[in-house]
Design a binder for this molecule. Structure first.
Ligand code: FMN
Length: 322
């Protein structure tokens, strides 16, 4: 066979653009020891009969166990199993330490908490260059609603589903002279923020609090005994500037007291704040239901990245003070 003179790095990089899930494939050796490797070469082959395939590097330490044995399990990993993927991508060490396995149909180890699992028996193997291709008959499978982990161009990724129809907030075409469209990121972020926060508005009205006071209580709920300057350092990014008269209102309402120029929540203030957090969590739960957990995780990840990139240098509210 003529060997094309590929640059191996470029070839790998081009192959890596083919986005996949991540699996761990496990088997048991005749002496009872267990092997497992992270593999993204997994794919479906046939529905009837039910066949799947994957390929194993001939250099893998686990190769003899897979070639000598008959049974193996494919675990499609969920987003929160990234550490497990790392563990099974390393060579040698005891990869199963501390894992409570599920009972399987065969001797092959069955890992818990996956997005899907396929219990297989080797049907054929084929030579595949520096890899050996395993084609397996699926003896049994199961699936959960955990969102899958994704792998693209050498990095783990999250998926955000793309609806069949394009999402458009307006049905109208913007006038040609108007460059302010619904796709402006600032508009999307601002509108999403206000639409979510507005769902807290009823509670804040019942508590006779405005948005700035809500921010102050939230900050004091996380980190008590702050000076006015410290409160302002934490919430300055919202555009609100708190002055002593704002704090007077909170003190008059019985939410806050001042001791040695430091403000702290009263029991009533803490309770008001806990109600707000409970309401915010209920709003979030609704949203996760609507979006699906995978999309919600992807959204949070992107927002965190954006916040990190645009951080004006806010003090860390959650850091334990010295
Ligand atoms: C995301 C990802 C996908 C991988 N896919 C494969 C694969 O399909 N086949 C393979 O042989 N190795 C694959 N590997 C590498 C193996 O997991 C790695 O070489 C492992 O250490 C082999 O274990 P062993 O040498 O203990 O058998 C992959 C690694 C990662 C991180």
């Amino acid at each position: 066979m003529t060997q094309p003179s590929f640059d191996p790095k470029a070839f790998r990089a081009a192959l890596g653009t083919f986005t996949t899930g991540v699996t761990i494939i496990t088997a048991q050796a005749a002496d009872g020891s267990q092997v497992g490797i992270t593999a993204n070469s997994f794919n479906s082959v046939s529905l009837d009969p039910p066949l799947v395939l994957w390929s194993l590097a001939k250099s893998a330490m686990s190769l003899p166990v897979f070639t000598d044995g008959t049974y193996w399990n494919v675990h499609v990993l969920s987003v929160d199993q990234e550490p497990l993927s790392g563990r099974f991508a390393s060579r040698g060490e005891d990869k199963f330490a501390g894992i409570a396995l599920d009972d399987g149909m065969t001797c092959a180890p069955l890992l818990p908490n996956c997005t899907a699992r396929f219990q297989c028996r080797t049907a054929f193997t084929h030579d595949g260059g520096d890899h050996l291709i395993f084609i397996g008959e699926v003896l049994g499978f199961d699936q959960s609603d955990r969102p899958p982990l994704v792998y693209q161009s050498g990095q783990y990724a999250l998926t955000a589903r793309k609806p069949r129809e394009e999402v458009r907030l307006t049905k109208a075409e913007p006038p040609p002279e108007c460059s302010y469209t619904e796709d402006l990121l600032g508009y999307l972020l601002g509108r999403a923020h206000f639409q979510m926060v507005n769902r807290l508005q009823g509670l804040l009205q019942d508590q006779h609090l405005d948005q700035a006071q809500f921010f102050i209580l939230s900050v004091l709920c996380i980190r008590d005994r702050l000076t006015l300057d410290e409160i302002n350092a934490y919430i300055g990014y919202t555009g609100h500037r708190v002055d002593p008269s704002d704090m007077q209102v909170l003190m008059a309402g019985g939410h806050v007291v001042i001791e040695k120029e430091r403000y702290r929540l009263t029991a009533d203030g803490r309770e008001a704040s806990l109600h707000q957090i409970a309401q915010a969590k209920a709003v979030e739960e609704d949203l996760v239901q609507t979006l699906g957990l995978g999309d919600a995780l992807a959204l949070k990840l992107l927002l965190k990245r954006l916040i990190e990139r645009t951080d004006p240098g806010l003090p860390d509210l959650w850091a334990v003070s010295a």
